[in-house]
Write a protein that binds this ligand. Structure first.
Ligand SMILES: *Cc1c(COP(=O)(O)O)cnc(C)c1O
Length: 362
């Protein structure tokens, strides 16, 4: 790795593509002869407007977003979306949620503040090691939406088939899989993702929402900022946006377009994940934590035979140049997050390290 950088397996904030960081560094002091850094620029200036517009246009191209969907850049990261979704979409006051782990549980807890929540499927009884069967769920007629966390960052599960929502709109938290594989946007009512997992710096979420779901009859108490319409009506420039995050994300969109788009990212991500899962499947010391059919291509949790050895392996990995392999504090074990920007060489090097560790400690 150049610049003495480390293979960073953090779940987020996470690695960004090196050519993107280099380009940002080159533009830091004087962005394209504007005489200033993007951080210093008015969000009302023509030069920033162009950065914003290109970011949206490039994202639309990457994901092939249909014209009847709005793209919104909203501050507050992922957690704010846990509240904005029910605030804006609960017309009848009923949200249906699939419970698959830590992040869907947070979404459920927040939604309960704004209306009724019905859990229509759950893998809690399997310790969230799989995605529950979502082919025939009991969805009431008056449900406003069906909500999923499409990739559970902490538990390491992902959907390879979308749930049968029986005609209700599908809302998906794609934070930790955003732009990792092709996505048919038309199957969703709303997709959102915090960008610090697979795209850019923390502090912003991207919301892709079908325009008929943007309402002008929200209750008075809904804060102006928390209304999707505020952002949709103002090109995400109602107030000062996270200009820096929009700029960095825009760079990543261009990088992805130049590198084969989402088909190519998916190919690379499958290849990387296979290297790691193949090792885990054959190891007698490390064990993957998730049912084979539901294994995430982005977040790979695994364990050793004991908690002590989990901690020792994570510390040894860090000393060897593989950072942030400690599992989330709520589940323990180890976890390797291998987003778009993690090179294949990083995963291969990690597997070599784990193999050697196993030989020395098993
Ligand atoms: C990280 C994450 C969030 C929360 O994002 P913040 O920006 O920290 O609020 C929500 N959902 C998923 C799936 C995540 O991985």
């Amino acid at each position: 790795m150049k610049y003495g950088r480390t293979y960073n397996f953090s779940a987020g904030p996470a690695m960004m593509p090196e050519p993107v960081l280099e380009e940002i560094a080159a533009e830091m002091m004087n962005y394209r002869l504007s005489g200033m850094c993007v951080m210093e620029m008015s969000h009302r200036s023509g030069v920033f407007q162009q950065i914003r517009d290109e970011a949206e246009a490039d994202l639309r191209k990457l994901m092939n977003i249909p014209g009847n969907y709005k793209v919104l850049f909203i501050q507050g990261g992922g957690t704010v979306q846990f509240a904005m979704v029910p605030m804006n979409l609960m017309k009848n006051g009923l949200g249906c949620y699939v419970e698959t782990g830590a992040w869907s549980k947070k979404a459920i807890a927040e939604a309960k503040k704004y209306g009724e929540v019905k859990i229509i499927a759950s893998s809690a009884d399997r310790n969230f090691s799989c995605i529950p069967d979502c082919r025939d769920m009991d969805i009431p007629d008056n449900a406003d939406y069906v909500y999923i966390c499409e990739n559970e960052t902490i538990n390491g599960t992902t959907y390879f088939q979308l749930p049968n929502t029986k005609g209700k709109i599908l809302v998906s938290d794609q934070s930790s899989m955003f732009l990792s594989r092709p996505c048919d946007v038309s199957k969703y009512g709303l997709i959102w993702g915090g960008v610090q997992k697979n795209v850019g710096p923390a502090g912003m979420a991207i919301v892709i929402i079908r325009d008929d779901l943007i309402r002008d009859d929200l209750p008075e108490y809904v804060p102006t900022y928390m209304n999707y319409k505020t952002h949709a009506d103002n090109d995400s420039l109602y107030n000062t946006p996270n200009c820096w995050a929009i700029y960095c994300c825009g760079k990543v969109f261009k990088y992805l377009l130049e590198n084969g788009g989402l088909e190519e990212m998916h190919r690379r991500n499958k290849e990387k994940a296979e290297i790691l899962y193949d090792f885990l499947d054959h190891s007698e010391f490390f064990t993957g934590a998730v049912r084979r059919e539901d294994r995430s291509l982005m977040n790979v949790p695994f364990v050793t035979p004991s908690r002590e050895q989990d901690a020792d392996a994570a510390a040894a990995a860090k000393a060897a140049g593989f950072d942030n392999l400690k599992g989330h504090k709520s589940v323990g074990g180890l976890r390797a997050s291998i987003y778009n920007a993690m090179p294949k060489e990083g995963v291969e090097a990690l597997v070599r390290f784990l193999r050697k560790y196993e030989e020395e400690h098993a």
